[in-house]
Structure formats: C-alpha cells, structure tokens
Design a binder for this molecule. Structure first.
Ligand code: TNX
Length: 509
C-alpha cells in the first residue's frame, strides 16, 4: 500500500507547501539492471546476455549451499509457478550456487550468462547476499504470491560485491509495544533483502519486559501482561521457544539477533515485578507513559547483581550470535559513581557468558575494554578513547523520527528526517575522533512509543532503512542514483503489501 504525503495533507485539509526538493517529476526511474540493485553493488559489468528462467530451470546447490538454494526457490516459485527443483548436478539452464572463491566473509560473485547463473561465495552469508541481489534482477511481479503469466528474464553480466561495514543493523523496540513473533519475522524478511545483517531487539524498558527468564518468572508474568506497554496497549512477551524460532529464521537470512536488556535505567517494569530491585524495596507504579530517566537499579544491593547475572546467563544461553546489548542509556536517576560501579561489575558478566558487550554511548564512560559503543546522540558526552562503534545518529538513523510534521506516527525530538536526510552522511566521517577502521557499522533503531502494528513499523522503516543499508554496504553514496533506484523498488513493496512512505523526494515508478 502506498500512503502519500498528499493523502495525509488532504485528510488534514491542509495546503501542501512545495519545497525545493519536491520540484518537478525528477529523473526517470531506471530499468532493471545490474546497477539498479539496492544497496548499490561494489562492481557491476553488464552484458547484453539474458538468462531466461522457465519451466525447466533447475537450481544446482553445492555442498553447504542447500539452505540458500531453498531460500531462492521459495522466493521464486510462487510468482513463476516453475518447479525450480534443487539438485547437485550442473547443466545448462541452471542456477549454480556454491561455496568457493571470494575470500571476504560476506562477499559474493554473481555471473549471469545465456546458459547459467553462477553464484559463489566463501560463506553462506555471502551466498545469501548474492541471492538477495539476484532477487532484485527479476521484475516486481516476482513478489506476487500467485502465478504471473509473463517472461522472466535476468539481465546478464558480472557482479562482484562486498560490504563496506561488517555490521549493518536495524533495531526494533518490543518493550514500548510488543510485536509478535510473526511481525518480527516479517520485518526480518524485509530488512534482509537490503543486506541488513543484524536485528537488535530492545526487550525491556520501563513499560514492559518481553523475554521470559526462568529464574525470574514475574518479569514477564507481570511485565509482559495485558495492559503493559505505552498507553497500556501492547502486552505480550517472547518465550524461549519464540526467541529461538526468531533467531533461526533470522540466521537463514544472514541476520544475527542482538538481544538488549536495558540497565541500570529503563527498568521500571522489572521493579514492578520485583520490588527488591529498588533501593527502598517499595514497588513503583506500572508506567504506560513515554517519559524516560526516572528508574534505576540499585548499585549498592547484591540482589541487583544476582538479577543481572541470571538474566545475562539465560539470555546468552539462548542467543547464538556473538553480541549481548546491555543498554546503559539515559540512566538519569542513577548517581554517576553508581553507574560506573554497576557497569564495571556487569560488563564483565557479559564476557563471562561468552558474549561481546554492546551499550548505548553512555556506557563508554565505564572505560571497559572490548565494549562496543552504540553512538546515538551528539548531546551526550563521548570519551575519545572509546573503542569500536556502531553508529546510530538519532537525526539520521532513528526510524521513529517523523518524515515531516504531517506524516503519521513517530516522534520528532531529534527533528524530522526525510529520505535524503537519512542518506546524507558518511559513517566513516561522522565522529571526528573515530576513524573508519573503528566503525563496526551502522544501525537504524525503531522505537515503538507510537507504533501499534506491522503497518506502522513498515511505514516508518521504508524507505529510510534502505538509505542506512546502502551507507553500510556500498563503497560510495550517490543521492541521485539512490533515489532513482529506490523509485523502482516501490512496485515490489506494493506487491508484497508493504505499507511504505511514498516520499515526494523519490521518482516512484
Ligand atoms: C531515546 S535512544 C531513547 C529511547 C526512546 C527514544 C525515542 C536511546 C538510547 N534512548 O528510550 O525510546 O529516544 O525516540
């Protein structure tokens, strides 16, 4: 579904002011080619060859490539109606998928001739990346769930591609509003198409606790009950089985789940469930408003560290990925000395259970080596020595910022963010004292204070998340090229029923 700016303005009966960037119809959308892929590929050499997909096309999967072959077949069978059997023998009229050459762990090489499509990578992650590229080389009708009567032609040539940054992330806040496992999976499927390879799940906050912890069952019995969440609409939680199902679904798409438990602030829901986690032992009232900075764990009580260790141990045990995020943001009611005491004890616990700690930028003050720092706000102090970074500048990457003051949903405390704002920055140069080598990558967080359903998520994420994906993946950025390529993606979202924001800055086809 396409929700236009005009429709919103008409609904509000407001005049729609034209801005300079809206001017004119803009450039023509591009035809599908090796250079129309999102995010832009590192190198493409088109030829005039065409591979024609038909009834007899097969997929030949080499050793270890079967799950990736399945992913491609499942994506292409519904709209083509072709059987696309998966075999191990190679022939002509075949899509060959195999582990081999390109050495960079996420790189791939995709060659398309009249006779074969040949996809190679040294890891399954690289193969998944290649499949996501290949999917964009068939027309938008390929996204239909029913058979489309048409020719299926893949443009020929060679793509050699690899990422600029290893970490390309999205974040979804399940605490302010719970999103069901099916919604989370649908989001994973959508983001993985743009080679986003991490999904950070914000699992706890003042308004709710969304992951079952066996040793502390009231966290979800109380903190995940009906009536939790902003305005009391958005209860629910993930069981361990739900969480494992989500991580497995994500892994098939080369997406690593990064779980976050926010501490020592943003803990009101935990304290409602377990009043011993407050300094005075008195249960606070449940909160359904959107204020921040009022709750804190008690750095001087031993139960605090038993709680933190139990949660970290259980969460680490269910998480296959290397990272565990422990929040650390906006702890305005934690005295600074207590904040440092707390983090110096808790960050090593993440290591003890085999994970690399990540924290919001405030955590850099703890000076704990090996902690990945997630930058989000230029108003918050950042010590120069801090190690590796994930970049989430709020005024560029926060998907919950409104596009403009007329678009529905979202907040605007960091300003409004149109698609070109999200695209116009360089992760290698954002922080003057942080050279590109220390940037692990980028992440686009989506906070859920104003979100209800999947449509709300999609409207704020798309198309801006694609801008962040391209900054994270592609070797260089080019707004004019990006907006033209993005314009051709609209019909794909429409076919999938994705509710995207039809930005006036983009020449949609
Ligand atoms: C800031 S960013 C927060 C969140 C809010 C968000 C709303 C950060 C580390 N903390 O608690 O949900 O703004 O945009």
């Amino acid at each position: 579904m396409r929700v236009t700016h005009l429709a919103v303005a008409a609904f509000l009966a407001l005049p729609l002011a034209a801005t300079a960037a809206d001017a004119g119809p803009g450039p023509e959308p591009l035809p599908i080619s090796l250079t129309s892929v999102l995010p832009a590929v590192a190198s493409a050499t088109p030829t005039s060859a065409r591979f024609r997909l038909n009834e007899a096309t097969t997929i030949a999967a080499g050793a270890g490539a079967l799950p990736v072959a399945d992913l491609l077949a499942a994506a292409w069978r519904p709209a083509t109606g072709f059987p696309l059997p998966i075999s191990t023998t190679t022939d002509t009229n075949t899509i060959r998928i195999g582990l081999g050459e390109p050495v960079d762990s996420e790189a791939y090489r995709l060659e398309i001739t009249e006779e074969v499509i040949d996809l190679r990578a040294s890891t399954t992650a690289g193969l998944v990346n290649g499949v996501q590229t290949l999917r964009q080389l068939l027309p938008p009708e390929i996204e239909s769930s029913t058979v489309q009567n048409r020719q299926w032609t893949v443009p020929g040539g060679l793509i050699e591609d690899r990422p600029r940054f290893a970490y390309r992330g999205a974040m979804l806040d399940l605490a302010r509003h719970f999103h069901t496992p099916d919604e989370v999976k649908r989001y994973i499927d959508q983001i993985s198409r743009f080679k986003i390879n991490h999904l950070h799940l914000h699992l706890s906050d003042d308004q709710g606790w969304r992951i079952r912890i066996d040793g502390w069952p009231r966290l979800t019995e109380v903190g995940g009950a009906e009536g939790t969440g902003v305005r009391g609409i958005g209860g629910g939680y993930l069981t361990e089985a739900d969480y494992r199902d989500i991580t497995a679904f994500a892994a098939e798409r080369n997406v690593t789940i990064v779980p976050e438990i926010d501490m020592p602030g943003h803990v009101n829901a935990a304290q409602v469930a377990y009043p011993e986690l407050t300094c005075d032992g008195v249960a606070p009232r449940p909160r359904i408003d959107i204020r921040v900075g009022y709750s804190s764990l008690c750095a001087g009580k031993e139960v605090t560290y038993r709680f933190a260790e139990d949660v970290i141990r259980e969460l680490a045990a269910m998480t296959p990925g290397p990272y565990l995020h422990i929040g650390g943001d906006e702890a305005h009611s934690t005295p600074h000395a207590d904040y440092l005491t707390f983090q110096k004890r808790v960050l090593p616990l993440v290591r003890k259970y085999g994970k690399i700690p990540i924290g919001w930028q405030e955590i850099a003050a703890a000076g704990e080596p090996g902690t990945v720092v997630q930058y989000w706000n230029r108003e918050v102090d950042l010590p120069e020595h801090a190690g590796r970074f994930i970049l989430s500048p709020a005024d560029k990457t926060y998907l919950d910022m409104q596009y403009d003051l007329l678009t529905p949903g979202g907040l605007h405390w960091a300003g409004t963010t149109e698609v070109d704002d999200a695209y116009s920055w360089d992760p290698g140069r954002l922080l003057p004292h942080v050279p590109e080598e220390r940037v692990l990558g980028v992440e686009a967080p989506l906070w859920s204070e104003t979100l209800r359903d999947l449509g709300d998520i999609e409207f704020l994420a798309f198309p801006r998340l694609v801008a962040i994906a391209e900054l994270g993946w592609s070797p260089r950025s080019d707004w004019d090229s990006f907006r033209r390529r993005l314009g051709t993606y609209g019909p794909r979202w429409t076919r999938q029923g994705v509710r995207y924001y039809s930005s006036p800055r983009i020449p949609w086809s």
